[in-house]
Design a protein around this ligand. Structure first.
Ligand code: AMP
Ligand code: MG
Length: 488
C-alpha cells in the first residue's frame, strides 16, 4: 500500500527579499476556533492547491496564517496613500499579511495574502487588526462576481471564521479572508518609496513591478516611462469596465489603485441599480468624491499621483520628467474613451465597422434617457436583447419617457443589433445590494444558504437560470436607499 505524500505548498518571498525596506516580517494572530466557511475550490485548483487539503487542519492553518510552509516569510507591506485627497505617508498593512507568492501551474506568480489576521506595526490608533465576518464575505462575493464578469480583480480563496469576536458598533463575529492577487503593489507603494527619498528603492520597486506585471516595458527605450504608460492603460481599461457594468468602487484612494490593473479593496463598493452618475453609497464619502460618474476623473487624478512618485525615474531633470509624465498621462483619456466606447458597442450589439459618430450619439442619448428615468442598469441591458428580437415591451416599461425610448429603440434597431452577442456581455446577475445584505445577515447564524445561492448566480452571470428570478430583479422599494461602510 502506498501512502500519498503530503501535499506541499511552496511560497516564495520575492517581495520581502527584493524590497526589504517595504516588508516587515510578521505573524498572524492565532484564531481561537477557526471554522472554514467558504472555500473557492475552482480557484484553489487554478493555483495548484488541493481543496481537500485546504479543508483540513493544515490547510486552515495556512488560510489563517498560523501554519505557513517552511521557507515562507509572511510580511506586512508598507505603503502610503492619498485618502480622499490628503496624503498619508505611512499606511501599510494594518490588518493584512502577505504570506508569500505562489507559482500557479501556468508559471504565473500570485500573491497569497490575508486580511483580518491581527494587528501589525502599521495598525494606527485603536485599530484592532481584525475583520468582521460580514465585510469579508462581501469581498468574497463581489470580487468573485467581478472575476466572472471578466473584470480584472483580486480573488478570494477562502473565508475562515476565527471564533474571536470583533468590536465595531456591536460585537460581531471575526473572520480572515485569504486573498489572491497578481500582486499587492499599489500607487501608494510607489508613494511610500518616493517619500523615503531613497531613489534606489524606488528604482528597485519599479523594476519589480515591470518584471511582475508589465514585462514588455523592460525592452522599451525608457522602461520606467513604459511602466507608467502600461499602468495608465491598465487602469483606463479597468475603470471603463467598471463603468459599463455599473460598479461603484467607493474608495479610490491611491492605496487602493493597483499597478497590475486589478480591482482591489472591496470595502464600500456596490453595484448601481437606478442609473445616476451622482450615485454614492459610502457613508463617509459626503462630498461625492468617489461617485459613480467621477470614477474616470478620479482614476486619472490617482495616476497623476503615481507620476509624481515616479518623477526621479522618468528623466534626469525634474522639468523634463514632468513633461514626460504629462505627455504619458495624456494617454489616459483616449484609452478610457476607446475602452468605454468599444464596450458600449458590444453591450448594444452594434455591428462592426459602424461609424464612430453614430455609435457615440446613440450611447450618449441612451445615457440621457437612463439618467432621466433612473432606469435599472442591469435589467435594461439584459432586457435589451429581447427588444432586438422583437419584444420591446419589458424594456419600454422601464422608462417614463415613452416617446424618448421609442425613438431611441427605432434608431438602434435600424442598425440590426446582434441579440445573441449582447447576451454574452450583458449580465443577468450582479451582486444586488439587497441580496448581498441578505446573505451577510444570515451568515452569522450559520445559514450560508443565501450566500451560496448568490454566489451561484453571480459566478455564472450571463447564464439565465430558472429558480434565480429574484437574483435578476432590482431591490424592492422597501429596501430604500443603500449605504455602505469602509474598512469594517
Ligand atoms: P482601507 O480603507 O481598507 O483601504 O484601509 C486603509 C488603511 O487602514 C490600511 O492601512 C489598513 O491596513 C488600515 N486598516 C483598516 N482597518 C483596519 C483594522 N481593523 N485594523 C488595523 N488597520 C486597519
Ligand atoms: Mg486599502
Amino acid at each position: 500500500m502506498s501512502v500519498a505524500p503530503p501535499p506541499t505548498v511552496t511560497l516564495s518571498d520575492r517581495f520581502a527579499r527584493e524590497l526589504p525596506e517595504m516588508a516587515v516580517p510578521w505573524q498572524a494572530e492565532a484564531a481561537p476556533d477557526p471554522q472554514l466557511l467558504v472555500l473557492n475550490e475552482p480557484l484553489a485548483r487554478e493555483l495548484g492547491l488541493d481543496p481537500s487539503w485546504l479543508r483540513g487542519p493544515d490547510g486552515v492553518g495556512l488560510l489563517t496564517g498560523t501554519a505557513v510552509p517552511e521557507g515562507a516569510t509572511p510580511v506586512a507591506q508598507a505603503y502610503a496613500g492619498h485618502q480622499f485627497g490628503g496624503f498619508v505617508p505611512r499606511l501599510g498593512d494594518g490588518r493584512a499579511l502577505l504570506l508569500g507568492e505562489l507559482t500557479d501551474p501556468e508559471g504565473r506568480l500570485r500573491d497569497l495574502a490575508l486580511k483580518g489576521s491581527g494587528r501589525t506595526p502599521f495598525a494606527r490608533g485603536g485599530a484592532d487588526g481584525l475583520a468582521a465576518l460580514g465585510p469579508m464575505l462581501r469581498e468574497y462575493v463581489v470580487s468573485e462576481a467581478m472575476h466572472a464578469l471578466g473584470i480584472p480583480t483580486t480573488r478570494s480563496l477562502a473565508v475562515v471564521a476565527t471564533g474571536r469576536p470583533v468590536r465595531r458598533e456591536t460585537l460581531l463575529p471575526g473572520a480572515v479572508l485569504a486573498r489572491v492577487a497578481a500582486s499587492h503593489l499599489r500607487v501608494g507603494s510607489f508613494q511610500y518609496a518616493r517619500a523615503t527619498g531613497d531613489v534606489d528603492l524606488l528604482r528597485r520597486l519599479a523594476d519589480h513591478a515591470i518584471a511582475r506585471h508589465h514585462p514588455a516595458a523592460a525592452d522599451a527605450p525608457q522602461p520606467h516611462v513604459a511602466l507608467f504608460e502600461a499602468v495608465v492603460a491598465a487602469q483606463a481599461s479597468l475603470v471603463a469596465q467598471w463603468m459599463l457594468v455599473g460598479f461603484v468602487h467607493g474608495v479610490m484612494n491611491t492605496d487602493n489603485v493597483t499597478v497590475s490593473g486589478e480591482t482591489i479593496d472591496y470595502g464600500p463598493c456596490a453595484f448601481l441599480d437606478a442609473f445616476d452618475p451622482a450615485t454614492v453609497y459610502s457613508s463617509i464619502d459626503v462630498g461625492g468624491r468617489y461617485a459613480y460618474g467621477n470614477q474616470p476623473i478620479v482614476a486619472e487624478w490617482d495616476l497623476a499621483r503615481f507620476a509624481e512618485a515616479l518623477l526621479p525615474l522618468l528623466a534626469d531633470e525634474q522639468e523634463a520628467a514632468i513633461e514626460v509624465a504629462v505627455a504619458s498621462l495624456g494617454g489616459f483619456r483616449p484609452a478610457y474613451d476607446a475602452a468605454w466606447s468599444d464596450g458600449m458597442r458590444r453591450k448594444l450589439g452594434l455591428p462592426e465597422g459602424l461609424d464612430d459618430e453614430v455609435a457615440r450619439a446613440l450611447s450618449d442619448d441612451l445615457l440621457t434617457l437612463l439618467t432621466a428615468g433612473r432606469v435599472d442598469l442591469t435589467s435594461f441591458f439584459r432586457g435589451l436583447s429581447g427588444a432586438a428580437r422583437g419584444a420591446p415591451e419589458p424594456t419600454r416599461e422601464l422608462f417614463l419617457d415613452l416617446a424618448g425610448i421609442d425613438g431611441w429603440l427605432a434608431r438602434w434597431r435600424a442598425l440590426a443589433p446582434d441579440a445573441d452577442a449582447m447576451d454574452r456581455v450583458n449580465p443577468v446577475y450582479v451582486p444586488r445590494n439587497h441580496l448581498v445584505e441578505e446573505a451577510l445577515a444570515a451568515a452569522p447564524d450559520g445559514d450560508l444558504g443565501p450566500l451560496h445561492r448568490l454566489l451561484d448566480a453571480v459566478t455564472r452571470p450571463f447564464e439565465e437560470r430558472p429558480g434565480l428570478e429574484r437574483h435578476a430583479a432590482p431591490a424592492p422599494e422597501t429596501f430604500g436607499a443603500y449605504t455602505t461602510f469602509c474598512g469594517t
